[in-house]
Write a protein that binds this ligand. Structure first.
Ligand code: GLC
Length: 554
């Protein structure tokens, strides 16, 4: 076996291979006892993240917000919501994370702001002709009295994407666009003031040490001129509100700003688009540095589908020179322990199948194998908080505790995303499983299932076979063996139900997705396994179904 010559150039920038841990701030750790996660809680847990072995964290929005969409409705982009702390604490957290060797990526929400943002308040209060209305999409309604929305667009959260305002004098006014909740008016990116404002916001956080931005709804900022109707049978690759050509110039401008700062700061896009070719255009060398690979997240736990999506990922990224990324879950999806335990293991954003039966043991077994798969692949990898604990989706939250706006807007048809946002269990025997301090004055903002003690960090830390221990070992081995390797893999011939590839010179990853054990070659050195191996009739070792191993290079 030959190893391709390594370029003598300087090591690849950190973000090309980083393991980035997503902190969903309100559910990670509660430092002040009000039942909601906060900056103090994160600061106290930095050693946990360092020991887990991740390179960076991505923090979901912590800005001032009325919380109509859990902080994705921002009223002040330059300050912290009091629920989470204050600006001084945020600055101290950035410094403390850096001192632990962790980079920090903050969330940027540019497609829309909150209806409580000063611009939108000004737009409403200023009446017809208010200059601030030009910063949004205000249009007269259709119909004789303007009583119908200006076009047929539907909000991603359900219902029309338009709401009608009442003028200060009480008369019915125009409509404004909101692709998400009515409390999230879309900004007009044609307007130079919007562009200038966000460039300034970027600098604000870069000046405070942010290592980069996760760009919310990165495909959505530009709208087609004239905001035409979608029509009855839309072409999903050519919608008037997503992937509209003008969006790319915004990222070119941002890339120049980010590049002007020392330390390889990054732009990571939330780019949900139907075709890999559309997606890859955001990753051209002068645009975003990387993006989340949702095709991989959505793929079923099936060998051919996974192999196809891995190959397509390389094919899409290679021409633009961007690193692939691998992601299994985030704060908008059904947790993969639960997805992988269903009869249909695939996912899409319209997935409302929270009630489908799911075998949690099977799902967790597969999730552990998936962890070794993703952590062996070349490129960057995202770990959503709780993935490392093998947390399932909480599917039986009672109606009265649900907070996601999708629940109300869909009339209850969509139970929303709260089930993947339940506060983490840290200590098996503590109140609130250690999410809040012992003297907390409030219970966690979403109730934790009674059985979560067994999944708590302290319980898993003590168990060498736990999912937490598996993640820690895998992240350490990844760092040791895979850092600096060429960003390629070499498939190894295998049974059709087995995925097997080499990171040449470093390790072989073998994942058994079939129903029969997959025998290991005699003498293979197992570096790490997602579950116990079995013995074959002739005394050899085999990898059981839904299990992955890392082997030393042959
Ligand atoms: C993104 C976020 C999601 C939010 C939406 C609107 O998809 O990940 O949580 O609801 O944008 O900002």
């Amino acid at each position: 076996m030959t190893t391709p010559a390594q370029p003598a150039a300087s090591p690849a920038p950190w973000w090309r291979t980083a393991a980035i841990y997503q902190i969903y701030v309100r559910s990670f750790a509660d430092g002040n006892g009000d039942g909601v996660g906060d900056i103090r809680g994160i600061s106290e847990r930095l050693p946990y993240l360092r020991d887990l072995g991740v390179d960076a964290v991505w923090l979901t929005p912590w800005y001032v917000s009325p919380m109509a969409d859990a902080g994705y409705d921002v009223a002040d982009y330059r300050d912290i919501d009091p629920l989470f702390g204050d600006l001084a604490e945020a600055e101290a957290l950035l410094a403390a994370a850096h001192a632990q060797g962790l980079r920090v990526v903050v969330d940027l929400v540019p497609n829309h702001c909150s209806d409580q943002h000063p611009w939108f308040r000004e737009a409403l209060a200023g009446g017809p002709g208010a200059a601030a209305r030009e910063l949004f999409w205000f249009l007269p309604g259709r119909g004789p009295e303007g009583e119908l929305p200006p076009n047929d667009w539907v909000s991603y959260f359900g219902g029309p994407a338009w709401s009608r305002i009442t003028e200060p004098d009480g008369s019915p006014g125009p409509w404004y666009l909101h692709m998400f909740a009515p409390e999230q008016p879309d900004l007009n990116w044609e307007h130079p003031r919007v562009r200038a404002e966000f460039e300034d916001i970027l600098r604000f956080w870069l000046d405070r040490g942010a290592d980069g931005f996760r760009v919310d709804v990165a495909h959505g900022l530009a709208k087609k001129p004239g905001l035409p109707d979608v029509g009855p049978e839309p072409d999903v690759t050519d919608l008037p509100y997503q992937d509209v050509a003008g969006v790319h110039q915004i990222y070119r401008d941002w890339r120049r700003i980010v590049a002007g700062y020392p330390g390889e700061r990054v732009l990571v896009g939330e780019v949900w688009l139907p075709s890999p070719a559309q997606y890859a255009r955001y990753l051209r060398p002068d645009e975003l540095h990387s993006a989340f690979n949702f095709d991989f997240l959505c793929a079923p736990w099936e060998p051919a589908a996974l192999r196809r999506v891995i190959d397509e990922t390389f094919a899409a990224h290679e021409p633009v020179g961007a690193p692939p990324t691998w992601v299994l879950s985030n704060h908008d999806t059904i947790r993969h322990v639960t997805r992988y335990g269903r009869a249909d293991t695939s996912f899409d954003m319209g997935d409302k199948r929270l009630g489908d039966p799911s075998d949690e043991r099977l799902g967790r077994r597969r999730a552990r194998a998936a962890a070794l798969l993703t952590l062996a692949l070349p490129g960057g990898v995202y770990v959503y908080q709780g993935d490392e604990l093998g947390l399932p989706e909480v599917r039986d939250l009672p109606d009265e505790v649900l907070q996601d706006p999708t629940f109300v807007r869909s009339g209850g048809a969509d139970r929303g995303r709260d089930g993947c946002r339940v506060p983490l269990p840290w200590a098996a025997d503590a109140p609130a499983f250690g999410f809040s301090p012992p003297d907390a004055r409030a219970t966690p903002w979403l109730p934790q299932p009674a059985g979560w003690g067994a999944l708590a960090v302290d319980a898993q830390r003590a168990d060498p076979d736990s999912t937490l221990s598996l993640y820690r070992s895998a992240l350490a081995l990844r760092r040791e063996r895979l850092r600096g390797l060429p960003e390629t893999l070499r498939w190894v011939a295998s049974a059709p139900d087995v995925l097997c590839f080499d990171r040449v010179g470093a390790l072989r990853c073998l994942v058994n997705l079939g129903e029969a054990p997959a025998p290991l070659p005699a003498g293979a050195e197992v570096l790490l396994a997602s579950g116990p191996l079995t013995t074959t009739a002739d005394g050899g070792r085999a990898v059981p179904p839904d299990t992955a191993v890392w082997l030393a290079p042959a």
